[in-house]
Design a binder for this molecule. Sequence first.
Ligand code: AKG
Length: 269
Amino acid sequence: MKLLTVAQLQTRVYAQKETNLSLLDGLFCQAKDAGADMICLPEMFSCPYETPNFPVYAEPSGGPSWQTLSRLAKRYQVYLSAGSVPESDEAGNVYNTAYVFDREGRQIAKHRKVHLFDIDVKGGQRFKESDTLTAGDKSTVFDTEFGPMGLCICYDFRFPELARRMVLDGAQVILVPAAFNMTTGPAHWEILFRSRAVDNQVFTFGTAPARDMDASYHSWGHSIAVSPWGTVLNQMEAEEGMQITSIDLDEVEQVREQLPLLKHRMADL
Ligand SMILES: O=C(O)CCC(=O)C(=O)O
């Protein structure tokens, strides 16, 4: 048995970056009391999801938000998938970046969103991240005491080749800080988390912000945890809250042995 307890925090996003960060301490305390080994935060959990905000809220890697997140991971001795934040580099680019910290607060992964969310659905959602963001160019897998995990951000998860890359690089769990909306959420959220889990025989975790109808972007919420068999283990509604899911990572090997999809691939076809 390789047991891992994951706490997904479906937080509300306030306009003040510091408010979002300062609320985490109490939530981490609750998550730790509930037995969490790992805490997951949503995409852009400290920056209202609007393109003009990204350069304004951006900080370099190692900046004040990074320091707070690292300290929290260490204080509570948890792995922290720290949602995503806008990250600036020396050249003036801004990225949508997800960090992961280990129980000592050391950064063990950093993923810059590869696929920018530029969509225009007739009568529905429009958004153009590329107005202010630059895309990353790497797939991300990192090691933990539970096994290797993959990491990507929201729209990235729509691309099966990225998930497959992570799995070929060893991922047994894929963590996805995300923020689907009221157009694409009801249509695609659950099916995507189940499909990626079934195709790749991995656990998938999508962690989203709570819905705020006063915000300009209405998050679908519905933070979700899915097993390598494609079963929805847990799913929230739209409100703020915390979801705790305990998984056994041995299930990945069990499913892969019994239904050897990854062995039966015809990679040359
Ligand atoms: O793919 C979607 O429907 C939502 C994507 C999104 O909101 C994002 O990438 O931030």
